[in-house]
Write a protein that binds this ligand. Structure first.
Ligand SMILES: C[S@@+](CC[C@H](N)C(=O)[O-])C[C@H]1O[C@@H](n2cnc3c(N)ncnc32)[C@H](O)[C@@H]1O
Length: 360
């Protein structure tokens, strides 16, 4: 039986902040954690969570709260989640990362969204979960000459009460059909933080070959409404002509998007600016941008997971997410090292559990 050291529940309890489109939450649920509470300030993200929470009995009972985290206190979280003080096993969250991203203007702490990382610390300090998982972009390590990350480590240790591991992972090395580097800080209260997750996929002989964009996009019906969020943008005849002629891996000078290689992981899925909305990459075999559903596949969201809102809202949720397959791997790892799970679920078992029907 999986045990939850704080709450004594059958499954360790999770409080999720900055849930967005739900990648991190879905991964934890698939790995056997009980998501009791999720929150985000964005109404479309909250609807996405509400639409999907009852499907496949992943986490049917949790409470979704649409709220600015800076107005949330520990008491409100406990009340909404039905947990008593001391019963939160894991706090998870990826605060907004645009201000740290190497793709953005890197305003760091001068950008109010950068300040959200301190809100994550505030809630850790108040709730004192048994463990926490903080996720962010690779760029957080170097912004302000590394000062942000140093200060964050310092605060998240809560005066030495939490042991921390700070690791950068390349998602493609964990079976995600996409190059995507992300930083994960895992903290464990009064115990040792788990060791680094071992790389499984790669070009070396000891690894499983990378999953590719071609694999993820195979067997898709034509864009339309058969699958949720599988909607196409209209392109002009000029753009279509350019996309037809583009070799794999090349960037279109006008739309500034890349054509995917079918036999390699996808380029990183990005969100784009708040104003213009994000863009997908160019499909490897068709002269068009990939649809939000196809981008979701490149992020390892299963086809049954639906995103609320218009195309711009969908792309933001997809592009902001932790790939659920990676989230599930880190969750099962923490389950073993912190919560006494008998053994980690294999990647294959997690693929099945999440319901990803395009990777094997
Ligand atoms: C990087 S995304 C999180 C993605 C999520 N971890 C996933 O795996 O899908 C950051 C989220 O923080 C939310 N956010 C931004 N400012 C916020 C605030 N003041 N309070 C609560 N949520 C906020 C955004 O709406 C966005 O969904």
């Amino acid at each position: 039986m999986r045990n939850s050291q704080n709450s004594g529940r059958a499954q360790p309890s999770v409080v999720a902040l900055f849930s967005g489109g739900g990648g991190l939450d879905l991964g934890f649920a698939a790995a056997g954690f009980d998501i009791c509470f999720a929150t985000d300030v964005d109404p479309f993200s909250c609807n996405t969570l509400r639409i999907n929470q009852k499907k496949r009995k992943m986490y049917p009972k949790h409470e979704v709260l649409e709220e600015d985290v800076s107005g949330l206190n520990a008491g409100a979280i406990l009340k909404k989640s039905g947990l008593a003080r001391g019963e939160v096993d894991v706090l998870i969250g990826g605060p907004p990362c645009q201000s740290f991203s190497v793709f953005g203007q890197r305003k760091g702490l001068a950008d109010t969204r950068g300040g959200m990382v301190w809100e994550f610390h505030r809630i850790v300090d108040k709730l004192r979960p048994r463990a926490f998982v903080f996720e962010n972009v690779y760029g957080i390590q170097s912004v302000h000459g590394g000062r942000v990350l140093r200060e964050l480590r310092n605060r998240l240790s809560c005066h030495g009460k939490y042991d921390l591991s700070v690791e950068t992972y390349e998602m493609a090395e964990h079976g995600i059909p996409q190059w995507r580097k992300r930083v994960f800080i895992v903290g464990v209260l009064g115990g040792d933080a788990p060791p680094r997750l071992a790389k499984k996929y790669g070009d070396d002989e000891s690894c499983i070959p990378f999953n590719t964009a071609g694999q993820a996009l195979a067997n898709m019906p034509p864009p339309g409404e058969v699958l949720p969020n599988h909607r196409m943008r209209n392109h002009s005849a000029k753009i279509i002509k350019r996309y037809e002629k583009m070799p794999f891996g090349q960037r279109d000078n006008r739309t500034r998007i890349n054509k995917l290689y079918p036999d390699k992981p996808s380029f990183t899925i990005v969100v784009g600016s708040d104003q213009g909305g994000g863009k997908g990459h160019v499909h490897p075999h068709e002269p068009r941008e990939v649809t939000p559903r196809e981008s979701a596949r490149l992020q390892t969201f299963p086809d049954w997971w639906e995103f609320d809102g218009n195309v711009r809202h969908m792309i933001r949720q997809v592009g902001n997410a932790v790939p659920p397959l990676f989230a599930a791997q880190i969750a099962t790892h923490i389950g073993v090292h912190v919560f006494g799970f008998p053994k980690a679920m294999t990647t294959r078992a997690l693929i099945k559990r999440i319901g990803i029907n395009f990777l094997h």
